[in-house]
Design a protein around this ligand. Structure first.
Ligand code: BLA
Length: 291
């Protein structure tokens, strides 16, 4: 596929316009320094946008455009801790031949354990997921750890890049984002300090996971170098990892602890599994680790 006429900017524009119809977005000056970056070889442009709004702690996007060869989107919305809303997550990596896609309303609480949370948010959304599962089928084996952060309607897929597939993906993005906004509209502020604390910690655990182990990091490092990549990941993409909580990666994920006390550099200790979609159409978890 010729990527010169293709851009994920359209996805970001839609999401921000749609959000502005419902709430007021305020820019975040602390992120100004990340607005426009270039790769070391000057072939790739990285752009970011970020805002906060009532109920939204952070909505931010990173797009990477590389001379016909690559298009990347990392778009996420993180709610204020007073809300147990899911985290909107769109991570799309596309080169001339292949696209690697994750689109989800990531649950704040692992839905294989917290079935009340699953019922609260995903029961009504199952028909939406079902609409796309055939055209955007399960992408095959995935690192086991990722699954804890996915919902029963996650779209995890890989395809040969084509205009048709990207049109379907755009439609899915629009539907999923509207679904998230509808949840936001309905969300009622949590008043119990204990529940707010729980939400904050759950979001911090999510940020800690992604800031340490997100599969996009090696490519970011290659593009802009280790130091800037680290700043981008900790100070922008997963902003809040240093402020929402004091626990460390190893507090949350002790299975990564090496004998020397450091973090195992492997992305996954569980390895890859889940060859098939591990949820049925009723949102019941039907996977196991050997899956
Ligand atoms: C691959 N990205 C992947 C894979 C997943 C994700 C599941 C497949 C490999 C695997 O099983 O881990 C995405 N994983 C996620 C997300 C969560 C998660 C969103 O756990 C959330 C909890 N992808 C990006 C960005 C880049 C990128 C910004 O979002 C590049 C800057 C690249 N993703 C990328 C590449 C691969 C990949 C190159 C293939 C390489 C690999 O599998 O390691």
């Amino acid at each position: 596929m010729d990527l010169s006429a293709f851009s994920y900017q359209k996805f970001v524009n839609f999401a921000l316009q749609e959000t502005k119809l419902r709430t007021s977005l305020a820019p975040l000056p602390s992120h100004e320094k990340f607005r426009l970056l270039r790769s070391k070889d000057n072939n790739t442009v990285l752009r970011t946008l970020s805002f906060r709004a009532p109920k939204i702690r952070l909505v931010r996007s990173l797009t990477i455009e590389g001379n016909r060869a690559m298009q990347v989107l990392d778009f996420a919305v993180f709610p204020e801790p007073e809300f147990d809303l899911p985290i909107f997550c769109a991570n799309f990596f596309t080169n001339a031949s292949l696209s690697i896609i994750v689109l989800d309303l990531n649950p704040l609480y692992d839905v294989t354990i917290h079935t009340d949370y699953k019922e609260k948010y995903y029961r009504k959304l199952l028909p939406l997921g079902k609409k796309y599962f055939e055209l955007l089928p399960w992408g095959g084996n995935i690192t086991g750890e990722s699954l804890r952060f996915f919902s029963p309607i996650v779209i995890w897929t890989r395809f040969n890049s084509s205009q048709f597939k990207h049109d379907v993906l755009y439609s899915a993005f629009v539907d999923y984002f509207k679904a998230w906004l509808a949840l936001m509209d309905e969300a009622v502020k949590e008043t119990s300090a204990c529940h707010v604390h729980r939400n904050r910690e759950a979001q911090h655990k999510y940020l800690t996971w992604r800031a340490e182990k997100d599969p996009g990091h090696p490519l970011l490092k290659k593009l802009v170098g280790e130091n800037l990549a680290k700043e981008l990941v900790w100070g922008f993409l997963f902003d809040g990892v240093d402020s929402l909580g004091a626990k460390t990666f190893l507090d949350y994920f002790p299975e990564y602890k090496c004998d020397s006390g450091t973090i195992n550099q492997k992305r996954s200790v569980m390895g890859k599994s889940y060859e098939m979609r591990p949820w049925d159409l009723n949102g019941e978890f039907v996977g196991n680790h050997s899956g």
